[in-house]
Design a binder for this molecule. Sequence first.
Ligand SMILES: C[C@H](O)[C@H](O)[C@H]1CNC2=NC(N)=NC(=O)C2=N1
Length: 101
Amino acid sequence: MPSEPLSQKEIEDRLRELPGWAFEDDRIFRTYRLGSHFAASALVAHIASVQQELNHHSDLTLGYNTVRLSVNSHDAGDVVTESDFTLAERVEALAPAHGAS
Ligand SMILES: C[C@H](O)[C@H](O)[C@H]1CNC2=NC(N)=NC(=O)C2=N1
């Protein structure tokens, strides 16, 4: 998996395709809102399985009915790389089935 840092412009271009995601402090992040605490917990478990598959792990924060995902690439010096967007796109693809918005 490529681990070259992405430029500010590359990040901005990619974020335009990922509504709800933002870039700050060398991380990309998004907060999902779910219908219940149990649904939020199930989303965390699903994201964790994808992260194990990709061998790329975010900081996941479980709230009452929210899941906040924040990620960058440690191997590249804690900056955003293609690996982070690969994870974001995989999570975007699975989140709707959980009723996440
Ligand atoms: C040894 C293991 O493959 C590496 O530490 C993986 C694990 N998960 C990771 N997660 C993230 N976010 N960045 C990494 O560089 C990374 N590297």
